[in-house]
Design a protein around this ligand. Structure first.
Ligand code: MN
Length: 288
């Protein structure tokens, strides 16, 4: 059985822009113990009233990694300087590779802003190897119906595979290094034993309900961080629950970051800032 390293609880909420009430369950500022993952923000569930203005985060850069947005409730619109553009709704995932540098904006969709409603989402940052940090930006727009879904044994619940492989089913997201992203919905009193790759960094985020993981209780919104050794996790749900399982092969390279740039050296951070300031990462066309 995989040992639990620690459980992260009681994380305070803060606002990212005026659209995203997030809890940062971890970030690279605290060291590199979640390698290859750099940051995990869980937003909501938060009810927004109807609004004329669109809430969100305006034009800003990223370089050296990928941002993965998993939407559970609400609707978001995105535009970036590589021409990537899209609206994502419940169940959809946007996997954006910033790599050599991109400028983008993240807003509630016009439709969602006008109607109001509940927003719930995860944003995960996945690091890239030094050799991939200079590759061109890329945007994967992944729809709910593209993800394989399978039943867990004994009616314990269902699994959606976003990336990597679970029980022989492969998720559609392409990744630079081995990364598993599995979305589990558990029935009340469901019991499941899941196998994760030995040696991977592994975390489980409980964002609805309550579970026991390897007999330790965890509830929404808490994060269980495992030791890298071992490959079996036992899950028992106490009520209808939803959890996100992330595993990733550690990259084991130096991480030097500042805000939206994550590189390997201070010099590369200075370079990223000057590239952004001189417009080399591109710009967004003004809103019509
Ligand atoms: Mn961003």
């Amino acid at each position: 059985m995989k040992k639990i390293k620690r459980i992260i609880r009681d994380v305070p909420q803060h606002w990212v822009g005026d659209g995203f009430p997030v809890r940062s369950l971890f970030s690279y500022g605290g060291g590199n113990e979640f390698d290859p993952f750099l940051l995990l923000d869980y937003a909501g569930p938060h009810e927004f009233g109807p609004d004329q203005a669109r809430r969100g985060v305006g034009e800003h850069p990223h370089k050296g990694f990928e941002t993965v947005t998993i939407l559970y409730q609400g609707e978001l619109e995105h535009r970036d300087s590589s021409g990537g553009h899209g609206t994502i709704g419940p169940g959809d995932v946007q996997w954006m590779t910033a790599a050599s540098g991109i400028v983008h904006e993240e807003f509630h969709s016009r439709r969602f802003a006008k109607a109001g409603g509940v927003l719930e989402m995860v944003q995960l940052w996945v690091n890239l190897r030094a050799k991939d940090k200079t590759s061109p930006p890329k945007y994967q727009d992944l729809r709910d119906d593209q993800f394989p879904r399978m039943e867990l044994p004994n009616n314990a619940g269902t699994v959606r595979v976003i990336s990597g492989e679970f029980m022989g089913h492969t998720g559609p997201a392409s990744t630079f290094t081995p990364v598993n992203v599995w979305d589990l919905q558990l029935a009340a009193q469901g019991k499941a034993e899941i196998e994760v790759p030995d040696g991977h960094t592994c975390v489980v985020i409980v964002h609805r309900g309550g579970v026991r993981i390897n007999s330790e209780a965890a509830k929404a919104v808490e994060l269980i961080h495992f030791e890298r050794e071992g490959n079996i996790i036992n899950i028992e749900s106490e009520s209808i629950s939803r959890i996100l399982v992330l595993t990733g092969e550690p990259i084991k390279e130096p991480v030097v970051g500042q805000g939206p740039f994550v590189m390997n050296t201070r010099e590369e951070i200075r370079q990223a800032m000057s590239e952004y300031q001189s417009g080399k990462m591109g710009h967004l066309a003004p809103h019509k």
